[in-house]
Design a protein around this ligand. Structure first.
Ligand SMILES: [Zn+2]
Ligand SMILES: [Zn+2]
Length: 256
C-alpha cells in the first residue's frame, strides 16, 4: 500500500464518523474498484461488496479511521500479532472483577466526567483517554504517571488490544463505591459517545444521558466474561481475537 492521504480523525478531539465523512476512503475505493463510490454504510469500504446494517469494522491504525467492512475483509485483519496497518475490531467484552481504583486515583486521571475510555494508540505510542460530552468525544491529555499507577495496580489491563479495544472505566461515585472497568470494542465506544452527544445536557450529562449510560453498562455487563488471569493468558493461544468461532458472527454485535 503506497497510497497516502491526510489522516482523518488523527488530531485533537476529532473522532471518525463514518456516516458523515468518507473522504479517507475515496482513495481506497478508487484503487480497489472502478465503479462509482457506493453510499457509506451499504457497502464494504475495502472491497465495495454490499453489507447489511449490522457489520464489522476495521481500523486504519495510521489515520485512526474506522471502516465498515464485509466479513471476508474483516477476517483478513484479525491476527493481533501481525504487523498490519489495518486491524479488525474484536467482538469480545471482558470485565475485571478485581479492578481497583480509589477515588483519589480517579481524580488524578483528570477526567471531568464520571467515565472515560482509554486505548493505546500505536501511531502515537501512548494511551489516550476520551470521554463523552455535548460535542461528542473529547480527548484528554492523560497524566501518564497517574495512568501508569492504575496499570501497575491492575496488570490484567494489558489484555486490551491496541487501537481496536478500549478500557471503559466508570469512576467511583456517590451511588457507586467501586470503580468499574470493561474491555469493549472501540466501535461500541464511538457509538455510545454518538448517542450520548444527542442527549447530553449541562456539565454531567443530565438525566437522559445517565439513563442511556445505565442501559449501555447493563448490556456490557451481560456480555462480559471475566478477564483471563495472567496464568491463563500464558497458556492460551491468541489465535482468535474474540474467542469464538470466526466463521460465525456473534449475535447482537455492536454498532452498524
Ligand atoms: Zn469487503
Ligand atoms: Zn459501520
Amino acid at each position: 500500500m503506497t497510497t497516502s492521504w491526510t489522516p482523518n480523525g488523527a488530531s485533537g478531539s476529532r473522532v471518525k464518523d463514518a456516516a458523515n465523512d468518507d473522504a479517507p476512503f475515496s482513495v481506497l475505493r478508487r484503487i480497489t474498484r472502478n465503479r462509482p463510490a457506493p453510499a457509506v454504510g451499504e457497502h464494504c469500504e475495502m472491497c465495495a461488496e454490499p453489507i447489511s446494517d449490522k457489520h464489522q469494522h476495521v481500523v486504519d491504525v495510521e489515520s485512526r479511521a474506522m471502516m465498515c467492512t464485509c466479513r471476508p475483509c474483516y477476517l483478513l485483519f484479525i491476527d493481533r500479532n501481525a504487523h498490519l496497518r489495518y486491524r479488525s475490531v474484536p467482538e469480545r467484552y471482558l470485565s475485571f472483577p478485581d479492578f481497583e481504583l480509589g477515588s483519589g486515583q480517579w481524580d488524578e486521571l483528570e477526567i471531568p466526567v464520571g467515565l472515560a475510555f482509554f486505548f493505546h494508540n500505536t501511531g502515537m505510542g501512548r494511551t489516550i483517554a476520551f470521554y463523552p460530552g455535548p460535542a461528542g468525544a473529547t480527548e484528554s491529555e492523560l497524566p501518564l504517571a497517574a495512568w501508569e499507577s492504575v496499570q501497575a495496580r491492575n496488570p490484567e489491563l494489558a489484555e486490551a488490544a491496541p487501537d481496536t479495544e478500549a478500557l471503559l472505566i466508570r469512576g467511583p461515585g456517590a451511588e457507586r463505591p467501586r470503580a468499574e472497568c470493561h474491555i469493549v470494542p472501540i466501535d461500541a465506544c464511538y457509538e455510545l459517545v454518538g448517542q450520548l452527544r444527542r442527549v447530553w445536557r449541562g456539565f454531567d450529562g443530565g438525566q437522559e444521558a445517565r439513563e442511556q449510560l445505565d442501559v449501555f453498562f447493563d448490556k456490557v455487563s451481560r456480555r462480559s466474561k471475566p478477564v483471563p488471569t495472567a496464568a491463563a493468558r500464558r497458556t492460551t493461544p491468541e489465535a482468535n481475537i474474540d474467542g469464538t468461532d470466526v466463521a460465525a458472527p456473534a449475535e447482537g454485535n455492536g454498532p452498524a
